[in-house]
Structures are given as structure tokens and as C-alpha cells.
Design a protein around this ligand. Structure first.
Ligand SMILES: [Zn+2]
Length: 329
């Protein structure tokens, strides 16, 4: 059988990433990434998106007879899957609300396009090519700017009655605790996301606490990058170790509640901060095992995601093929 290829695109608030994927192996044949710059507005966004996809196709340099089945795209926001429209993406800015992403890409590339959410496509990637292979009951949790999750139940994605299933970042780990980006209080995302860790570190620095961060921070950047956090931990920086440890304890509490309540076979942790540090993963896993009902941990494996940064593009390409075969509802 001839090789099958599709394009996968992962569109986040920080970067856009596109790749041509060999659907048999999940290999990335060619890819391109660029910064999103959502503040530069709609026209810039649309041009950048089509440029990134075109560059990935060019980089793949497929033989003439090899056809691309389609394009799958996962975007950081709420989407209408049937119409391929981005409804809203808080990290992309309001200027992109109601953007017809599917039609824009379809007009330009003349192949079928399917739109999903970024966490959804990354979970498809792990399910079919990564740490969720041969497992039909698991939860993927991605820790980054926010904390998102998706549930695979009996082999299919469980979305919930109104599509919010998996929003573990907005479950409560501290009653009446810190204010979350969504306006609620005490949510996991306000304690264990990179945004939350950044906020604590910045507050401690401004109180005068000593840290290597003072030399490593980029003054132009309001966020603290995962690799900077990782380097501080490796070099024994006590402030960063304390802060990430506290975040890990809350993450473990959140995962523990999930494990006890939902009793999945696997919980897969991914995202920039998990990939960059072992402290967050190891300590959150330890806390999970300490606090979960023993009967629920007996069959539970807490694993790292295997595809790293590629989970979104690989899963998005898989989604395009599955949609074309009418495998998804
Ligand atoms: Zn929240």
C-alpha cells in the first residue's frame, strides 16, 4: 500500500507549528514553526498560518505521486467542529473570534480541512502514536500556559454534554483560593500552570528573594520559559525548586481527585513544563500515589507523554484521516 500523508497544524498563542505526517508511522516528514504574534491582528495571522503550512509541505518534499489526504488543525480555543470555525481563543486575542479557519485553509490548499481543539488533537497523537497506544481508557493532561486535559473513554473522546469534559485546570484544589484566569477561585490552573509559577516567582523576586532567575530572565519577556525554570532547578536554585515543588503538590492533588473519581488505566502528562523538568512530573506522580484511594491506583499508570512538542501536529494529521474515514462523530 502506498504511504499516506496528511498535514497537521498546532496553533497556539505563542507559536504555530505545521508538519507533514506519515500516517502509518506517525513520523514527521517535514515541518515549519513560527511565532504566532496574535497582537499583530487578523491579516497577519491568516498569512502566517498559510505560510507555515506551505513551508511544511515544501520541507516534506514528497514524491509527485504522493497525495496529501488533507489538513487537520488544532487551535487553542473553543471550536465549532462542524463548520471549522474558531469561536474564541483567550490566548489568541478577540480579533480572531469567529475565524473560519477551515475555509481559509481549504481555499488556499484545495484539500479537505478539519478543525479541532489543541488539547484534543494532542491527545489523538498520544492515543495513536504515543503513550496512549493500545489503551482505551485514559486521560491526557497538558501543563503549559494553562492546564488542559482530554478523556479517552472506551476508545473515543468523551466531550461531555456541552463539550467541557476534561477542563481539569478549572477544578478546585483550594476552596476560596487564588483567583484563576477564568474568574473562579482556587482552580488547579491558578497553582500549577506555567502562568501560576511565573506569578509566584515574579512576586518573590520583587520581595527581594535571591535567585539565579535574576541573571537568566529575558527583560523583554513577561513569561518565564520552561527551559529557564528547568535550568534553575538543575543548578539547585532554592526559590525555583520550592515554587515548582508547591505547584507539583497541587498538580498531584488535582490528578489524585481525578484518579479516584474516574479510575482510568493511564494518566498521561505532557506539555512544555512537564517535558522540561523531572521535578514536576516526579513529585506530582508521588503525590498522586500518596493521596489516591488505593484501589484506584492499583491499575493506574501515570506516564509522560511520548511525542513531546509533536503530539499536536501528529494528532491533527491523524484527525484529518479519521474524519475522512468518518471514524469520528
Ligand atoms: Zn479557572
Amino acid at each position: 500500500m502506498a504511504a499516506r500523508y496528511a498535514v497537521g497544524v498546532d496553533i497556539g498563542g505563542t507559536k504555530m507549528f505545521a508538519g507533514v505526517i506519515d500516517l502509518e508511522s506517525g513520523q514527521v516528514v517535514g515541518s515549519q514553526r513560527k511565532r504566532t504574534h496574535p497582537e499583530r491582528g487578523l491579516d497577519f495571522f491568516v498569512k502566517r498560518l498559510t505560510d507555515v503550512v506551505a513551508a511544511a509541505i515544501e520541507a516534506a518534499d514528497l514524491p509527485k505521486e504522493a497525495a496529501l489526504l488533507g489538513i487537520g488543525a488544532g487551535i487553542a480555543g473553543q471550536v465549532d467542529r462542524a463548520s471549522g470555525v474558531l469561536l474564541m481563543g483567550p490566548n489568541l486575542g478577540q480579533g480572531l473570534d469567529n475565524l473560519p479557519v477551515r475555509d481559509l485553509l481549504q481555499q488556499r490548499f484545495k484539500i479537505p480541512v478539519f478543525l479541532g481543539n489543541d488539547v484534543e488533537v494532542a491527545t489523538y497523537g498520544e492515543h495513536h502514536y504515543g503513550a496512549g497506544r493500545e489503551c482505551d481508557d485514559f486521560v491526557c493532561i497538558f501543563v503549559g500556559t494553562g492546564i488542559g486535559a482530554a478523556i479517552i473513554q472506551n476508545g473515543v473522546m468523551r466531550r461531555g454534554v456541552t463539550g467541557t469534559a476534561g477542563e481539569i485546570g478549572h477544578t478546585i484544589v483550594q476552596y476560596e483560593g487564588r483567583i484563576c484566569g477564568c474568574g473562579g477561585r482556587g482552580h488547579l490552573e491558578a497553582y500549577a500552570s506555567r502562568t501560576a509559577i511565573t506569578r509566584v516567582l515574579m512576586a518573590e523576586l520583587s520581595r527581594g528573594r535571591e535567585s539565579k532567575l535574576r541573571e537568566l530572565l529575558d527583560p523583554k519577556d513577561s513569561a518565564i520559559r520552561s527551559k529557564v525554570i528547568a535550568r534553575c532547578i538543575d543548578e539547585g536554585d532554592q526559590l525555583v525548586i520550592d515554587t515548582v515543588s508547591e505547584a507539583a503538590d497541587y498538580l498531584g492533588a488535582g490528578i489524585s481527585s481525578l484518579a479516584t473519581f474516574y479510575n482510568p488505566a493511564r494518566i498521561i502528562l505532557g506539555g512544555g513544563l512537564i517535558d522540561a523538568t523531572t521535578l514536576l512530573f516526579d513529585r506530582a506522580t508521588l503525590r498522586t500515589h500518596e493521596s489516591t484511594l488505593p484501589a484506584a491506583t492499583r491499575g493506574l499508570a501515570v506516564l509522560r507523554a511520548e511525542l513531546g512538542d509533536n503530539s499536536g501536529i501528529i494528532g491533527a494529521a491523524w484527525m484529518a484521516e479519521a474524519q475522512l474515514a468518518h471514524l469520528l462523530e
